[in-house]
Design a protein around this ligand. Structure first.
Ligand SMILES: *Cc1c(COP(=O)(O)O)cnc(C)c1O
Length: 369
């Protein structure tokens, strides 16, 4: 039987718990608590506890989170920052926008930033590595940490897609000087608009983040540097704080869905799947996306669409170095190859097991043809 399985279901985000969300919005509005109020402070405290960081800050969105994390860590003009090209433009734009230079790295077989390539890109100007914890997976932070230590580099994580993802029991975002999150609606912890967060274990970095997100003002109101207006909207904070309570169950549901995909599709030689959620693995992946590599990718996408299933090739089908007008001239063969084959299958908590079964059945039928 035909089903409609959209790639993402934005309406579900609100409808899922409409009565509770409405009450939270009403209560917060009736109090007149709009900017940097108790709801934001509560969320920051609970987020810090959840990921195991000393400090957490709500900011306007996941992009400004990276900009502020870089500046708070002292990154600026004259510095090189190594970042994967297989990422959303925001990871790289943030580096350029603080006046530093982004140096693009290739990916490894796991589609994550390749530490061995990173090691070859270090120069006397390199100041930091910016790993991107993509699709809800955390990079090999042991290897990246060792490279950073060897060369005296900072680590600033773009963990926009990885709130609660772990490597060796430690949460993405907590490995270096600072880590950033996005609460864009389609992210695993999504708000009803733009929202972002930054975590750090460093008191001095924390003090700078505190100032930079609110016009350079310290806790005593004194302005000591040029800052941004990048405060987390208090209504979004109230919603996020509520959603955080059941977030661990959401993550388990995503892992169960990934397990189903793996069970159904693991035997197809035409596909390359992400690692399944294995107990005892060094990685606790949270499957922000379920990105696969597929033979005849474009045909597969078309076939799924004709049968009611939405898929997406991330970021208009281009890695950052492939945007000609941005002026990068680098050779990243593994990233290039991946972008010829990658596609994301539906992965979100609105999906039923039957939805996933339907998608997998179609894919199996497609490759029999
Ligand atoms: C979503 C995302 C961002 C930016 O977050 P916004 O909240 O949309 O600004 C940055 N990096 C990555 C990898 C992302 O997926």
């Amino acid at each position: 039987m035909r089903r409609e399985v959209p790639f993402f279901n934005y309406g579900f985000l609100f409808r899922e718990k409409e009565a509770e969300f409405t009450q939270i919005l009403l209560d917060t509005c009736r109090k007149g608590a709009f900017i940097m109020q108790q709801e934001m402070r509560d969320f920051e405290k609970n987020l810090a506890t959840f990921v195991g960081a000393k400090h957490a800050f709500g900011v306007a969105d996941g992009t400004e989170a990276i900009i502020i994390a870089l500046r708070a860590s002292g990154i600026g003009p004259g510095h090189e920052v190594i970042v994967p090209s297989h990422t959303f433009i925001a990871s790289v734009a943030s580096i350029q926008l603080v006046g530093a230079t982004a140096v693009l790295a290739d990916i490894g077989p796991d589609h994550m930033m390749d530490p061995e390539h990173v090691a070859t890109l270090v120069t006397s100007k390199t100041k930091a590595i910016l790993p991107v914890q993509l699709n809800g997976r955390t990079c090999d932070m042991d290897r990246l940490g060792a490279i950073a230590k060897e060369h005296g580099l900072l680590i600033i994580e773009d963990a926009a897609q990885a709130v609660g993802s772990k490597f060796n029991g430690k949460c993405a975002g907590t490995f270096g000087s600072a880590g950033t999150y996005s609460f864009y609606p389609a992210k695993t912890l999504g708000s009803f608009g733009d929202a972002g967060g930054i975590v750090t274990n460093d008191d001095e970095v924390a003090e700078r983040i505190y100032r930079l997100r609110d016009h350079g003002r310290g806790s005593d109101g004194e302005i000591v540097e040029w800052g941004y207006n990048s405060r987390l909207d208090n209504l979004q904070a109230a919603i996020l704080n509520f959603k955080l309570k059941t977030y661990p169950q959401d993550l388990e549901r995503r892992r169960a869905l990934a397990g189903l995909y793996h069970e159904e599709l693991g035997g197809l030689s035409a596909l390359h799947l992400p690692p399944p959620p294995l107990p005892g693995s060094a990685h606790y992946d949270i499957y922000q996306n379920y990105e696969i590599e597929a033979d005849r990718r474009d045909e597969l996408q078309k076939y799924l669409k004709e049968n009611g299933v939405g898929t997406l090739v991330q970021w208009s089908g281009k890695a950052v170095h492939q945007w000609k007008k941005l002026g990068f001239s680098v050779n990243l063969p593994k990233t290039d190859k991946m972008f010829e084959r990658c596609v994301m299958l539906p992965m979100n908590t609105s999906l039923s097991n039957e939805d996933v079964g339907y998608v997998c059945q179609l894919i199996k039928t497609f490759y029999k043809k």
